[in-house]
Structures are given as C-alpha cells and as structure tokens.
Design a protein around this ligand. Structure first.
Ligand code: SF4
Ligand code: SF4
Ligand code: SF4
Length: 285
C-alpha cells in the first residue's frame, strides 16, 4: 500500500522534546526550516513518533557538513495556505508546480558554476515564495521574487442594507459607509486586496473586481538588507509565470558571481518590466 506521507505528516505531527526545540532554534534561521524538515523526515524513516535532542544534533551535523551537495540553486516555498489556512485567496492551486518547473528549467546550479561560483552556499540560491493572502506569512518582502495572492473588491449595483459587515471585516479601514451615499466606498489606496469583505456582504453589493497575484522583486536580508519593490497592479497566474521567467533572464544577464537578484535589479529594469507587463495588470475600479 502506498502511504500518503503528506496526509500522515498533517494528521500526526511529530512531537518535539523541549531540548530538541531549543536546539533547532539555535540553527541559523536561513536553514532552520530545511533542517527541521530533514530532522522530521529522518525520524519518520526510522518510525519514530517524536524528536529528541540526539535526532536534531545528528541531522544538523549531516546537513551542515554536506551543505554544498544540498544546494540546488533555487528555493521555492509557500505559506500555510495550501495546508488549509482559511485566509487563502490563491486563484491557482497549481501555481507552485508551474513555478517549480520554471526554476528547474533555469538550471541555476549550472549557471552559478558557469559564473565560477564553486563554493556553493544557500545564500547563492534564487528565492521565490508564494503567500496565499496579503498577510504574507512566507515573507515575500525579503525574497528575490515574492508572489502574493490578491483579490480586489468592487462596488456593484445591488442595493446595500448598511449592515456594516464589510466595514467591520476590513482590517485596513478601507471601507466606509457615508449615510448620504447608497453604497459603501472602498479606498483602493488603503485596500490590501485580501478579498475578505466580499464573502461577508449578504447582498452582493461588494463583489470581486480582480483576482490574481501581486509581485514583489529584489528583497533580501544579509549585510545590506532591502525590502522588495512591488510591480503595480495584480497579475493573472499566466502573467505571473511570464514575469518570473523575465526576472530569471534579468538575473542571469546581470549576475557576475552569484549576487542576489536585489543587487542586480535596477530601477530601469523595474520600469522595463512595467512597460512590458503593466498593460496586463488588473486594477480596481
Ligand atoms: S499568508 Fe495568508 S493564506 Fe498564507 S498562511 Fe498566512 S494568513 Fe494563511
Ligand atoms: S479587500 Fe480591501 S477593502 Fe476588502 S477587506 Fe480586504 S483590505 Fe478591506
Ligand atoms: S456588507 Fe454589503 S450590505 Fe452590508 S454594508 Fe457592506 S456593502 Fe452594504
């Protein structure tokens, strides 16, 4: 019988001893998630139900000494949206797989080696993340490409009962009701495109204007940290993939020795991306 490990991992989470938890917190943050996942994977393969300090230390040692062989040239992760987070508004459940195919096809490892980067480290990897709502739990602001699911509201023609459910739901104070107006007003400057006001409206007065992804580029930590810059608008899944490909081309054209994308990406590059893709961006009404 084939075991669905994803289901098993969700249903039976591993128990970590206090000492093991303390030890994993000391692992450098940029590899902590990977090491933690590896500790659990190795423990499961030994049919263990819990993690001890010895498990962490053994895996950590194996992992860090073999780091060069672990580097695959890119990192792709997501938030907890696909695991059932109620806030998810991602319109394309298959986006991660499609991005992974692009990243694999880009052969970052071969590219880095061709640039003369032999002592490969995780910080050389090209990082992409998908957050399935504007809460941005997977930290798109500090990734080479951060993709954030977005859903913009619009005010339709249906009569509003002034129940104020939309006002109470909006955490960004973007919806206001003016007693002199028949319908609420959405301030798109404040709106974070979380889409939460849409399902709570009992009359359908607030409806969906656009659903897709916001795209942030060039974020990073390290000695010279910088937050990613956002392309204006919301993009379809297909356009998001095209932008990912265009960014990889930009990265490869500008990279000399494995710099982070944020060091390469210039304002003129952002402007060229806007010139190329801006007309496809969806915006609120
Ligand atoms: S980013 Fe949104 S959907 Fe993803 S885990 Fe956070 S709250 Fe949930
Ligand atoms: S979609 Fe915009 S207006 Fe609606 S709840 Fe979210 S932030 Fe507020
Ligand atoms: S939730 Fe709908 S009906 Fe209620 S105040 Fe907002 S727009 Fe009007």
């Amino acid at each position: 019988m084939q075991v669905n490990t994803q289901f098993t991992e969700k249903k039976y989470p591993m128990k970590w001893s206090t000492e093991a938890e303390d030890a994993i917190k000391k692992v450098p943050f940029f590899v902590r998630k990977k090491v933690k996942a590896r500790v659990e994977k190795e423990a499961r393969s030994r049919s263990k139900a819990g993690i001890t300090l010895a498990d962490v230390l053994a895996t950590q040692k194996r992992y860090l000494t073999g780091m060069a062989s672990e580097v695959k040239g890119y990192q792709l992760d997501t938030c907890f949206g696909p695991s059932g987070c109620p806030n998810t508004i991602a319109p394309d459940a298959g986006l991660m797989e499609k991005i992974e195919a692009i990243l694999k096809g880009a052969d970052f490892l071969g590219f880095l080696k061709s640039m003369g980067v032999t002592d490969l480290k995780f910080h050389h990897e090209f990082r992409v993340t998908v957050a399935e709502c504007p809460n941005a739990c997977s930290q798109p602001q500090i990734k080479d490409i951060g993709i954030i699911a977005a859903k913009l509201p619009r005010i339709g023609d249906e009569a509003c009962t002034a129940c104020e459910a939309c006002v109470e739901t909006c955490r960004d104070d973007a919806v206001t009701i003016d007693e002199t107006m028949p319908r609420p007003i959405v301030d798109l400057q404040r709106c974070q495109a979380c889409g939460q006001c849409i399902p709570v409206c009992p009359t359908g007065t607030i409806a969906e204007a656009a659903s897709g992804y916001r795209i942030q580029l060039g974020g990073k930590l390290g000695r010279h940290p910088q937050l990613a810059r956002e392309l204006p608008g919301i993009y379809s899944s297909a356009d998001t993939l095209d932008i990912v490909s265009a960014c990889i081309t930009l990265y490869k054209a500008g990279s000399q020795k494995g710099e982070r994308f944020g060091e390469i990406l210039k304002e003129r590059d952002i402007q060229r991306l806007i010139d190329r893709f801006g007309s496809k961006a969806m915006a609120g009404e």
